[in-house]
Structure formats: C-alpha cells, structure tokens
Design a protein around this ligand. Structure first.
Ligand SMILES: Cc1cc2nc3c(=O)[nH]c(=O)nc-3n(C[C@H](O)[C@H](O)[C@H](O)COP(=O)(O)OP(=O)(O)OC[C@H]3O[C@@H](n4cnc5c(N)ncnc54)[C@H](O)[C@@H]3O)c2cc1C
Ligand SMILES: *[C@@H]1O[C@H](CO)[C@@H](O)[C@H](O)[C@H]1NC(C)=O
Ligand SMILES: *[C@@H]1O[C@H](CO)[C@@H](O)[C@H](O)[C@H]1NC(C)=O
Ligand SMILES: *[C@@H]1O[C@H](CO)[C@@H](O)[C@H](O)[C@H]1NC(C)=O
Ligand SMILES: *[C@@H]1O[C@H](CO)[C@@H](O)[C@H](O)[C@H]1NC(C)=O
Ligand SMILES: *[C@@H]1O[C@H](CO)[C@@H](O)[C@H](O)[C@H]1NC(C)=O
Ligand SMILES: *[C@@H]1O[C@H](CO)[C@@H](O)[C@H](O)[C@H]1NC(C)=O
Length: 539
C-alpha cells in the first residue's frame, strides 16, 4: 500500500534483540527485585510465581482462560500491583535494568491476553487495578479517570447523581479504561459522540525511561498515537482527562427478536443501509446466531433511543417501520440503566457496575470486519447457511452501526482510523467452557473458516479490523515496518505509518512491545520532511 512512499523514506527498523541481552533468569529476577525494593522501599506490591497469591492476582481480571491453562504461554516473572505512580516508574526503570520487558494490564480484557502472557519474551506485568480513581469536575464537564478503572466504574461515578451525564465507551462494564481508550472504544453512544478516544483531552503517561508526562510534555504526536493506536507500544498511560457528554434524563431501550420465518433476512438487509443513517439519537445493533436447535437464525435488534417512548415511536415509524416496534417492546430508563440493559442486567441495581470480577470462566475467540457495501439478500442467506451448518460451534455475529459522528471525524485526526464509508462493524465471537488445547484448536479453526468465508462481503485493501478486537491470526509483529505493515494497515489503515514514526521517536529501542506492537521505525531523513506529508488537521 504505502510501499512507494516507504522506499523514498528509507526506513530503518531497529532489531530489538540487539538491545536486550538476556542474562540467566535468577540474576534477572534478583536484579529486578533489588532495584524495585530499593526504589519503593516496599515488597507489598510484588507477586512472585509459584505462590497462591501470585495465581490469584494473575487470575483477578482474566477473561479468556485458554491462555492461562495453556502450557505454551509465558507468564509474568513478577506481577506488580502498582499503588502509586512511582511504583509504575520504578517497575519500568528496574525491568529495563534487569533485561525484562513490561506488559501493562488495566482491565485484563485483551482478546489475545497480551497484558498477562507472552509467546516467550520474559516480562513483568504491571497491574493497574488499584489505580482507578475518578475525579469529576462538574463545572468544566470533564473528569480525570485513572487507567485501572473499569468503564462500569466510570459510568457509575459520572452518572450516579446526575442522569444527564454520560461518556461514550463500550458495552461490557468490566472492560478496563487503559486498554479500551487507547484502542478506540465503541458502544451505544458512538454514533452520537464518536469513540472514547475522540473524547480524551489530556493524559498522563510514563515513557520507557520512567518519565511521567502530560499532554504538553509528551507532545502532540504521542498524544495522537495513544488515541486509537493502543498504549502498549508507547508507554504506560496512568490517567486520562475526558470530556463528559450529555444525554436526556430519560432514554428508551428495546429488543426486537426476529427469526427467519419472521423476515429476519429482509430486516437485516434493510438495516445495513438505514442504521448508519438514522437520527443520531437512535442506535440499533444486531446480534445474529443460530437458534432453536439449529433450525433457524435469530436476529436480535438490540437498541436504544436518546429520548422517551413517545418520541421514539414516530421516529421508528418513519425510519424502520418494517421492524414493527410496539410500545410494549420499549422501556424508559436512565442512561446508566441502559448500560445494564446492553449487558443483559436490566432490573439489577446499578451497583453491579462496580463489580470488577470477571463474569465468565471460559475461553473465547473473536475477529472483526468492516462492511462498506451492504450484503445482498442472497449473501445473507449464504451466511445464515454457514452459521446453521456450523452446528455445535456457538458462532455469534454482532453488527454495530457506524455513521453519525463517526462520518464527521477524519481518518488522520486521531490514530483510530475507521470513519466515513463504513456502514457497520462485524464482530465474530465464540466462547466455550471446555478446556484443553485440542478443543480450543477446533473452535479456532471454525473462526478462521468463518473469516475466510466472509471475504467477499467485507472491506478489502486493506481488509480492516478493529484493534480492540485483537486477532493474532492477522499476523505477529516482527519489529520491521515492511513485514508488520501486513497486519498494521488492517488495524490502523493510513495511520499505521505515522504510528511507526511516533514509535521510532518515543521508543526506538522497542522496550514496550508485544506480539502485535507497532514496529519502531526511524527515518534517515529529517522528521520535519515527513511532517509536511501529514494532514494539517492532526498536527
Ligand atoms: C467481554 C468483552 C466485551 C468487550 N466489549 C467491547 C465494546 O463494547 N466495545 C469495544 O470497543 N471494545 C470492547 N471490548 C474490547 C476491549 O475494548 C479491549 O479488549 C480493550 O483493549 C480492553 O482493555 P483492558 O484494559 O480491559 O484490557 P488489558 O488486557 O488490560 O489491556 C489491553 C491492551 O492494552 C494495553 N494496556 C492496558 N492498559 C494500558 C495502559 N494503562 N497503558 C498502556 N497500555 C495499556 C495492554 O498491555 C494490552 O496490550 C470487549 C472485550 C471483552 C473481553
Ligand atoms: C538504595 O540503595 C542506596 C545505595 O545502595 C542506598 O543508599 C539506599 O538507602 C537504598 N534505598 C532503600 C530504600 O533501600
Ligand atoms: C523504609 O520503610 C521503613 C518502614 O517500612 C522505614 O522505617 C524506613 O525509614 C524506610 N526507608 C526509606 C529510605 O524510606
Ligand atoms: C503441553 O501439554 C501437552 C499435553 O496437554 C503436551 O503434549 C505438550 O508436550 C506440552 N508442551 C509443553 C511445551 O510442555
Ligand atoms: C447535570 O449535568 C448537566 C450536564 O449534562 C448539568 O447541566 C446540570 O447542571 C447537572 N445537574 C446537577 C444537579 O448537577
Ligand atoms: C414479513 O413481511 C411480510 C411482507 O412484507 C409481512 O406481511 C409480514 O407481516 C412480515 N412478518 C413479520 C413477523 O413482521
Ligand atoms: C473457574 O475454573 C477454575 C478451574 O476449573 C476453577 O478453579 C474456578 O473455581 C472457576 N471459577 C469460577 C468463578 O467459576
């Protein structure tokens, strides 16, 4: 894609293996410990392997158990449960000194477990679950939220005493702010207000030298990168300053379920082109899967409207009469309660949003696609046939509409790139509770088949994917721009190049890395020459 440009730019990728010469693991461990204890004067927050407390801490936010039970993954040499910013700084300085890498974990929801296991690289995990304070500035309509908070805690804190205050982020309340915001963050308010990353106005980050920096100190390039380019390649984000958004004090939630005998195919076909164009107050996503013992497909139109039932009904009559929405399908709630609705918890106390415990004890695999041209009725029928033939493979398709605010923000404005031209995003998801690598492999194989099967229906060149729905099948990082471009442009499109340049500026030694981190690309030519090629809006 950008090859011609690259030839002109003369890139040099630094091979990270040159930087760290691994010593024996005992020396490594004691070096780290000595340094960390010396700097923090405490052993309280250090968890070492082969103790029960290590296992409990490791599992505390794990959502995907197949990476823990696997005997081929490398677990952290230590887990540091940071209690202060200086614990994070000491962890970085000392792991560098000892020749260990750093993984940071906020909510532990990484789809490929990159915050707490590696494919061989020795590392420590800095767990931020204790750094989760949220401070709201009512007058300014802003908040500082620490990276270890969950989005459920954030929603609760900002909206508990004011039904009209909200923030655009994901559906699942246990997702961590640190991973979610740095990768984008999409959910029920995305069409109205954009991604979480679009609503960040400042951040605190610790770099590879252990230095703590705010937006001004880190500079606009790095601040641009951590809004959609992921945090794991650049540093440890400790806190974000966010712009709160307003919602009406009453919103309406509804589910409409339709199977094949109830026009599900025609409805989904129509939904594809109208849902991205709806009034921005209306959000209708579709969850489709085989049902009734594999005899039909059920499509759930899982929805909400920023207003009362009396306002919604005429909107639906005009925009999507075929769905046949009835008053009795609708429930008026606060925006905070709508979070419970999307998580299947409507009726419970909003206090459940403070529950950080993983709600599952199973394994899953997901993949993502973007759809730019609506899929024909015949195409949908073939997809349903695929789902029905998959029999005991519990495949779920989640279709989330784009459009609205997402069409107004330009691709290069922040690192999150998926904007105008996308009708919707598809997430393919499968979870299972059986353990064992043979079982996992069988399910993973089905997911790959599904992805292959979908090729003609989805975006191409690049076949785009959402970084927060991380998928190692797209390719593992090799630390070289040209090799990593294969998967990098799928996640980041035209922004991948600038991400690699920022990485080269802020972490040329590739200290912050994982299996899919941004390669460190350093230019022989002056950076200023590149700047000219960058869009004005993002500089
Ligand atoms: C059940 C479930 C539901 C989900 N629902 C949605 C949804 O509705 N919308 C959506 O957009 N996404 C959703 N996601 C995906 C989610 O946004 C990503 O998995 C996200 O990266 C999770 O962040 P985390 O902090 O919980 O994860 P972690 O595993 O802690 O981190 C994820 C990645 O970010 C890095 N990272 C974490 N914290 C920091 C930090 N402070 N500084 C720098 N790097 C950091 C980690 O090293 C890792 O590479 C969902 C995931 C799950 C498992
Ligand atoms: C750290 O090491 C230095 C020099 O070895 C020593 O002077 C200092 O007291 C140590 N600090 C702590 C907290 O142990
Ligand atoms: C380290 O902590 C102990 C108490 O836990 C305290 O007595 C001592 O003064 C501390 N040392 C330093 C250098 O902070
Ligand atoms: C992992 O476990 C499997 C059995 O479940 C075994 O066949 C394999 O050799 C093990 N691999 C390693 C690296 O220990
Ligand atoms: C609630 O938040 C809104 C902004 O959405 C603000 O205008 C209003 O004053 C707040 N109400 C209270 C009681 O704090
Ligand atoms: C399905 O569509 C047909 C034709 O438009 C319509 O008559 C019928 O009522 C619809 N069925 C449902 C359950 O909406
Ligand atoms: C999850 O599974 C493990 C291993 O089978 C078991 O020890 C643990 O109790 C389970 N946890 C929950 C919450 O079900």
């Amino acid at each position: 894609m950008a090859n011609l440009n690259l030839l002109l730019l003369f890139i040099l990728s630094i091979s990270s293996s040159m930087i760290f010469l691994a010593s024996s693991s005992t020396t490594t461990s004691s070096k780290f410990l000595q340094c960390f204890i010396n700097k923090t004067n405490s052993t309280n927050n250090i968890y070492t392997p082969n103790t029960n407390s290590y296992t409990n801490v490791l599992l505390s936010s794990v959502q995907n158990t197949r990476f823990i039970t696997s005997n081929t993954t490398t677990k952290p040499s230590f887990i540091i449960t940071a209690a202060t910013f200086s614990d994070v700084q000491a962890s970085i300085t000392c792991s560098r000194l000892a020749g260990l890498h750093v993984r940071v974990r906020s909510g532990g929801h990484d789809y490929e477990a990159m915050s707490y296991v590696s494919s061989g690289d020795p590392f420590i995990t800095i767990d931020l679950a204790n750094l989760r304070s949220i401070t709201v500035d009512k007058a300014q309509g802003t908040a500082w939220v620490q990276a270890g908070a969950t989005i459920g805690e954030l929603y609760y804190t900002i909206a508990k005493n004011n039904r009209t205050v909200a923030f655009p982020a994901g559906i699942c309340p246990t997702v961590g702010v640190g991973g979610h915001f740095t990768g984008g963050g999409i959910g029920s308010l995305t069409r109205t207000y954009g991604t979480s990353a679009d609503n960040i106005v400042d951040a605190l980050i610790v770099n590879s030298k252990g230095k703590l920096m705010n937006r001004k100190a880190m500079g606009e390039d790095l601040f641009w990168a951590i809004r959609g380019g992921g945090g794991a390649s650049f540093g440890v984000v400790l806190s974000f300053k966010i712009k709160l958004v307003s919602v009406p004090s009453t919103v309406t939630v509804f589910n409409v379920n339709r199977n094949l005998g109830e026009n599900a195919t025609e409805l989904v076909e129509r939904w594809q082109t109208i849902a991205p164009k709806f009034d921005e107050k209306l959000f209708i996503r579709v969850v489709a899967q085989a049902a009734n013992g594999g005899t039909t497909i059920q499509a759930v139109f899982n929805s909400f409207y920023l207003g009362k039932i009396d306002e919604l009904l005429p909107v639906m009559k005009k925009s999507f009469p075929e769905l046949g929405l009835k008053r009795e399908d609708c429930t008026e709630v606060s925006w905070l309660e709508s979070v419970l609705f999307f998580n299947g918890d409507l009726g419970k106390s909003v206090d459940v949003l403070l529950d950080r415990e993983p709600q599952v004890n199973s394994s899953f695999k997901a993949k993502s696609d973007f759809v730019k041209n609506s899929i024909s009725k015949e195409g949908l029928e073939k997809i349903w046939k695929f789902l029905l033939e998959a029999k005991d493979e519990p495949l779920i398709l989640i279709l989330e509409p784009f459009g609205g605010k997402m069409d107004e923000i330009l691709e290069p404005d922040i690192a999150f790139p998926h904007r105008k031209g996308n009708l919707y995003n598809i997430q393919y998801y499968m979870s299972w509770s059986e353990s064992g690598s043979a079982v996992s492999e069988k399910h993973l194989e089905w997911m790959r088949k599904m992805y292959e099967f979908m090729t003609p229906y989805v975006s191409s060149q690049p076949r785009a994917a959402y970084y927060n729905y991380k998928d190692i099948d797209l390719g593992a990082g090799r630390g070289s721009y040209l090799e990593d471009e294969v998967w990098g442009v799928k996640y980041f499109k035209g922004n991948f190049k600038r991400l690699a340049l920022v990485k080269g500026m802020v972490d040329p030694e590739n200290f912050f890395r994982n299996e899919q981190s941004i390669p460190s690309t350093v230019l022989f030519k002056q950076y200023s020459e590149i700047k000219i090629a960058m869009p004005k809006s993002s500089m």
